[in-house]
Design a protein around this ligand. Structure first.
Ligand code: APR
Ligand code: ZN
Length: 241
């Protein structure tokens, strides 16, 4: 009984594979997760930093926090987990649906990436339709101002209580209905609607493979679970592809 081989066989037989990722896949790149023991939400209060009201109350404070995270992310490198998925995209029918805003999947070479919670390098205007990709670290001006209407620019990420980008969510749910396998990597599976993805795959007859350091609510529906680092589990599955 070799679960790595079983997982590899499920992937090889699949016509549509969804890889659903969370902060845990970037942990080995040195980017803190949100809910783990040294998670960001243990140190900072999400209600003070990751909501629209917090931003409107103190745009400078919220931007200082995002500037700090942008610096961490810029210095980080895609790790073996990101790189393995980018390699698999060339040999398997994979779409990555990520909750991460760090763009490390794309930096690792993955092309088929749906960002459900936005992207930390996008700045968008509070009032008009202006938005830009901005990789400045540190930001020249905090808070950044819209060059078109001079209102504030905000991080192009989804905050608590906000709707997810409609087209990304619709596409993700449609793919989940047709996926044969959902490989769930490094997510606590507690933030909806994103966390719905593996359940949709399961309900529509697909298989769920989970990689996490510890059990999560998704473990209950997982056909195969690997409780180890993402890079380790992917490296061992890769040997059978
Ligand atoms: N390999 C695999 N899993 C890991 C690793 C690792 N090296 N390190 C940590 N993990 C797991 C943790 O056990 C945890 O279950 O990754 C998960 C990270 O969970 P969260 O910190 O809750 O991150 P995530 O699930 O992505 O959060 C979802 O919540 O705060 C919002 O918008 C934010 O997108 C985020 C969403
Ligand atoms: Zn504007």
């Amino acid at each position: 009984m070799n679960l790595y081989k079983d997982a590899a066989n499920l992937l090889k037989e699949a016509k549509n594979i969804l890889v659903f990722t969370g902060a845990g896949i970037s942990a080995e790149s040195g980017i803190p997760t949100f809910r783990g023991k040294d998670g960001l939400w243990n140190k900072y209060n999400p209600q003070e930093l990751a909501t629209l009201e917090a931003f409107l109350k103190n745009p400078k404070l919220v931007w200082e926090w995002y500037d700090f995270r942008r610096k961490l992310i810029k210095e980080a490198k895609p790790n073996l987990a990101h790189l393995t998925l980018a390699k698999w995209e060339k040999i398997l029918p994979i779409t990555i649906i990520t909750q991460n805003v760090d763009e490390l999947h794309q930096r690792a070479g993955s092309k088929n990436v749906i960002e459900l919670h936005g992207n930390i390098w996008t700045l968008k205007c509070l009032s008009c339709s202006y938005q830009e990709k901005n990789y400045e670290v540190p930001l020249k001006k905090i808070p950044p101002i819209c060059p078109k209407c001079h209102d504030l620019l905000r991080p192009g990420v989804v905050w608590f209580g906000e709707a997810l980008p409609e087209d990304a969510l619709k596409k993700a749910f449609a793919l989940a209905q047709n996926a044969d396998v959902c490989l769930v990597i490094g997510t606590s599976g507690v933030v909806f609607p994103a966390a719905q993805i593996p359940y949709i795959v399961k309900e529509t007859g697909g298989k769920v493979i989970e990689i996490n350091l510890e059990p999560t609510p998704i473990s209950e529906i997982a056909d195969i679970s690997f409780f180890e680092k993402a890079s380790e589990a992917l490296r061992k599955i890769d040997k059978y592809l």
